[in-house]
Design a protein around this ligand. Structure first.
Ligand code: ME8
Length: 491
């Protein structure tokens, strides 16, 4: 029976086009999806765009466009960038898809009928860029610390989702036991200390004065709060129509006993998600509202939320709202798709914050790609092209070592491992001087070049997840015994 693997990214707001922060999560998900596919698993990789809410409504007004036209354009930009970055998702969900909207309505009706949603009033502060309510202690001088904007005081009639009591207790238990795993460990600790230190406040799941959203099925004067709408994408993106009964007792045994055959609907085949990748900015909502919605619906929780750190620019989170982001265009133009993928994935420990500047990226590109990998390829290929040398068949078993890193989602660890081989080979060339051996000792020359060619072939297998085009070019260069310069130095 084939193992299944369901991986998601956040669905991104279409208030502006994506920057390298969004690329960071999406490339990481692509690497993990490619890895599982290469092992023969049945993979479903979902990404998409989050298109409702006040912020987007306002941005469309500013742009003097009707909201649908506005979101159509920006959502398309996300798709275009993902294509340029060679991201191979299985489905791209948009929250303005008709099917998604009707499924959200069905699910909310169920929650309402069950009494998990009730009518009330909400009073608090609202950060329109986070699209989240904030408590006073979340703020610095009345401003949202993430977006540096003044929050609005809101008091309105709304529908609320029950968050405290039984639901909160269950979430704590499931996080503690890793049934609902939050990784890396420090984020698990952080969220547990938050959940254990206070009783959760019921959250508003509707807005009365926001027209750009999914109408509540049980009260047409309200639209769905953008996060409640957005979370359900992880299920509707698998084709779920909003009927929670599908997941109930009768469906579970059916799912467990038979093989995951294709006649089964995708959502039963792939749910629960194996990895939900997110940035640390949205951990709290993913560890509270999202699992509590699922608990109320009687649907299993995802197996793991994996949290990565922020890309910072001079100490602050790179963000569309702050306007301090490096553009994907700039990266693509300078470094190409593979160079961009490499620089983002090797930027630092996946899970920790990483500070990125263009200067440092250029330096790293020159050191690791133009010099390190690029030099190794061109030297090796040049030496074998001048000789009658036959390239050996692959002898090394790829993936063993790197699998450990990738399974633990230590993506830069995997790249460090590959670059260690590259550096060792560089040293090996310096020590053995094959350009002299070719004249003086043919046997030794063959031995040295065999090792180098075989290592390069191995490196290409290891790199394929991160730099798919480069991996192909390495193979081709070895086969044809010629190569162009793959990574010209950048000044
Ligand atoms: O939060 N560093 O959308 P969003 C690293 N629509 N990652 C970054 C980043 C940075 N500087 N900036 C953005 C939303 N990201 C909601 C999500 S999901 C049901 C709804 C990445 O457009 C990172 O993955 O603000 C972060 O969590 C996400 O983009 C936020 O994207």
């Amino acid at each position: 029976m084939k193992n299944k693997f369901y991986i998601t990214t956040p669905i991104y707001y279409v208030n502006a086009k994506p920057h390298i922060g969004h690329a960071y999560t999406t490339i990481a998900a692509d690497v993990l999806a490619r890895f599982r596919k290469s092992r023969g698993e049945e993979v479903y990789f979902l990404t998409g765009t989050d298109e409702h809410g006040l912020n987007i409504q306002k941005k469309a007004e500013d742009a003097k466009k009707d909201p649908q036209t506005f979101v159509d354009e920006i959502s398309q930009e996300f798709k275009d960038y993902w294509k340029k970055l060679n991201i191979k998702y299985d489905h791209f969900i948009r929250t303005t898809d008709e099917k998604h909207k009707s499924s959200v309505q069905k699910a909310l009706q169920t929650l309402y009928d069950k009494g998990a949603i009730y009518k009330g009033e909400y009073e608090g502060y609202y950060c329109v860029a986070c699209e989240q309510f904030k408590s006073e202690k979340d703020l610095i001088d009345g401003r949202c610390p993430d977006h540096d904007i003044v929050v609005e005081k809101v008091k309105e009639e709304c529908y609320l989702l029950k968050m405290s009591g039984e639901a909160q207790k269950k979430i704590i238990e499931k996080i503690k036991s890793d049934e609902f795993r939050i990784a890396p460990h420090k984020y698990k600790k952080e969220i547990l200390s938050f959940l254990e230190s206070q009783e959760l406040r019921d959250v508003s799941i509707s807005r009365k004065n926001v027209s750009w959203g999914v109408t509540l099925p049980f009260d047409k004067e309200h639209t769905t709060y953008v996060w409640a709408d957005a979370f359900l994408n992880y299920l509707t993106g698998l084709g779920w129509d909003g009927d929670a009964n599908f997941f109930q007792s009768s469906a579970f045994p059916l799912r467990e006993q038979s093989s995951r055959n294709s006649s089964k609907p995708s959502f039963l085949k792939f749910w629960p998600a194996d990895v939900q990748l997110i940035g640390k900015d949205i951990l709290r909502v993913h560890a509270t509202i999202w699992p509590i919605m699922l608990l109320h619906l009687g649907i299993e929780l995802p197996k793991m939320i994996f949290v990565h750190g922020h890309i910072l620019s001079r100490g602050r989170k790179m963000s569309k709202t702050l306007g301090n982001a490096i553009s994907i265009d700039e990266m693509l133009e300078k470094f190409g798709a593979d160079g961009t993928r490499y620089l983002l994935m090797s930027a630092g420990t996946f899970g920790e914050d990483v500070d990125m500047t263009m200067e440092r990226m250029i330096e790293k590109y020159n050191a690791d790609l133009a010099n390190g990998l690029g030099n190794l390829i061109s030297r090796t290929v040049k030496l074998i092209s001048n000789s009658k040398f036959q390239i050996p068949n692959q002898v090394q078993n790829p993936n063993d070592k790197i699998s450990d890193f990738i399974e633990k989602i230590e993506l830069n660890g995997a790249l460090n491992y590959i670059w260690k081989i590259i550096r060792q080979d560089d040293k090996y060339i310096e020590e053995n001087k094959p350009w002299e051996l070719v004249k003086s000792n043919e046997d030794k020359f063959k031995e040295v070049m065999q090792k180098l060619a075989s290592d390069l072939d191995f490196i290409s297998d290891l790199l394929v997840l991160f730099m798919p085009e480069t991996a192909k070019k390495i193979k081709k260069a070895l086969e044809e015994k010629k190569t162009d310069v793959l990574f010209p130095r950048i000044k």
